[in-house]
Ligand binder design. Sequence first.
Ligand code: ADP
Length: 888
Amino acid sequence: MAESIELPSRLAILPFRNKVLLPGAIIRIRCTSSSSVKLVEQELWQKEEKGLIGILPVRDSAENVSASPVIAQGGGTDPIERSSKLHTGSSESPKLVERNHQEVIHWHPRGVAARALHLSRGVEKPSGRVTYMVVLEGLCRFSVQDLSTRGTYYTARITPLEMTKAGMELVEQDPDFISLSRHFKATAMELMSVLEQKQKTGGRTKVLLETIPLHKLADIFVASFEISFEEQLSMLDSVDLKVRLSKATELVERHLQSIHVAEKITQKVEGQLSKSQKEFLLRQQMRAIKEELGDNDDDEDDLTALESKMQNAGMPSNVWKHAQRELRRLKKLQPQQPGYNSLRVYLELLADLPWQKASEELELDLKAAKERLDTDHYGLVKVKQRIIEYLAVRKLKPDARGPVLCFVGPPGVGKTSLASSIAAALGRKFMRISLGGVKDEADIRGHRRTYIGSMPGRLIDGLKRVAVCNPVILLDEIDKTGSDVRGDPASALLEVLDPEQNKTFNDHYLNVPFDLSKVVFVATANKMQPIPPALLDRMEVIELPGYTPEEKLKIAMRHLIPRVLDQHGLSSDSLQIPEEIVKIVIQEYTREAGVRNLERNLAALARAAAVKVAEQDQIVPLSQDMHRLASQVVENSLAGGAEVEMEVLPVGVSQHEISSTFTISSPLVVDEEMLEKVLGPPKFDDKEAAERVVTPGVSVGLVWTTLGGEVQFVEASAMVGKGELHLTGQLGDVIKESAQIALTWVRSRAADLRLASTEEINLLHGRDIHIHFPAGAVPKDGPSAGITLVTALVSLFSQRTVRADTAMTGEMTLRGLVLPIGGTKDKVLAAHRYGIKRVILPERNLKDLAEVPSAVLANLEIIPAKRMEDVLEHAFDGGCPWRQHSKL
Ligand code: ADP
């Protein structure tokens, strides 16, 4: 190519900003500036024969130019006006330096002559500006002698830099050049093969290596790489063929390296991507191979075990079909796939549930059941009778849909233990589900499996644990369930307790019906009121009111103490708690309706005793038996000729005394001293009421709480004020109204009651009244404090104290009638517990006393009241002196 090209001595120069056109390279450029458009127009477009132009690299003025030779030309809008001069410096590179204020153009001193292969002209709309698209081919290097402007563009006087033919022949003889060529060829060959392999182009490109001279090929190769401007310039400057070849070899090698590195990275990434797919395929293959060999891995072993467990679970057919479907789905999943584990846990539950497995029903022996109830529980005659009736019906008609028994009463009265006795009598397993605080329906019915962390409800979970389908299930504290936004547990319980519906109980998690009809349900509650009526309707309520101190004593002596001793590894030989001590515990340490705290206190005594007994155990006990044994050993040893060290005993000490110095022959007996040491000082005494009513304005009431009956003091106080009534003690609306009624009644009867001298006098004149119900942290409500409030107010206004031995309960109307109240039995028992001697009750509540044990009634004077005056008559010492004045 270059050999046949005759370069003119002057060439129009197209500046190439930060780029180099190397010989052999083809580029396409778009000319838009006025000077370049002019150049193309005059030098290429208008000439018939496509002419040559020079491409001269130009460096941006911002670039660091210190290292490279430059031709500087003052730039402006109109190059004609500026003259350009060639400066030939001392070095090979000429320097043309002309500055103006705006721009310095750094021309490179060498360029490449180029031929236009294609030209196209365009006119931009709407400006009408002419642009050219030019395809140029680099031909050969030249060096610039001088640079001047012709019209709007530059021209340069040039000298060609390509070698002559003779020069070429000479160089080709050079051994250095030969070895360099060989090296370049080999590297270029390698690059070609790599590229061909990648692009699958066959061996066509390799032909180039054979046909084109190597020094040209060097330019062509380098032109195709993405290399820096500096490297391009240095390639352009490599006029010497050896230098050019060695530079090109270096660049080709570098390119090869980068291709190899890029390939490695791609392979790595591809490898990672397909790893999981590969694993999957390998697993499938492994599974197939193992199947062929009849060899299952652990996971499959597990699944087979699960399947056989499911088969043996005795599921109903519809459930079995569903379970099989789910199992098939599980088998298709990989253990690491999401959903595998949850599905598996679900199937395990299906397999574990007692679909048919039941405890063997014993032939119900009513006599034995009665005996068992009697041995486990003292008293409770009516309750036990009702339980026996219940069992008798079950015996005659095992599938009878009797009501669910619900034991209602304060804590510690034996509700749970009665339920477990029922289970024992029926020979069934017993399970307790605590419903206290359950507000979420899902607690009973479970969460749907679509939720993360979903679980079955308490019933299904309990049945899985108990592993039989006919246990006795105790629904404990059924009155403590509440409903909120998360649904209503009571509605789920309705389904559980309804014999019509519980055959197909639907747990959301289980999602298949489960038959609960074989389960015997028993419920417990502290109060009846909070139980939703629909639920209450399904149950038969059996009330357990609480025990009298005498009953508690018997329960303690017969049941609690033996059980507590046994639980602590003691016996009556090692610890004895006498009746008097138990009585003290009942009266001074516990004041409860049930026996839970009593049991707890007895357990505390047993624990303290256990420590003592365990300590003494460490001293070697030498009882008489031991003594005999010891002398035998001594004799045997002597017979054997062994030497024995013998203890010298003081003369005159009897055999009995010796043994008793080493043994604890007598059991530990709890006395008052030990009692105080272990349980602390007494917590309650009978003097509490007497101490609290020493000032006028305090009366003693009886209330009913979830813990059973309680004594409640009412305190009234007057102070300077504007006639207002203040109430404190966490009171509900009903009790607040009772206080208003009480005050109104007292004010309206002030004269009759001799609280004021005339009817005109306002009792509240210049003063406020404050009524407080102590134990301010406990919420209180209900109408039964009516008469107690009036008594407190009368005591306050009359400045007379009420009787400390008298407690009262009753609702009062505005006109002073005393109305009946609930919980009579519990309240009377509470009064008895507190050591109260007289109880004022609404007359219409007298019938309720039939339920109160006669032992309690024997210790109490019950005073019926019809009107408020009856109450006042008995509440104060010496009766009611103002009675004759009453107009009522
Ligand atoms: P609840 O369920 O009513 O709160 P528990 O059934 O847990 O009460 O009873 C508390 C303790 O008191 C248990 O150890 C129970 O055996 C015992 N207990 C309650 N009443 C009696 C009774 N009448 N005879 C014997 N032990 C009783």
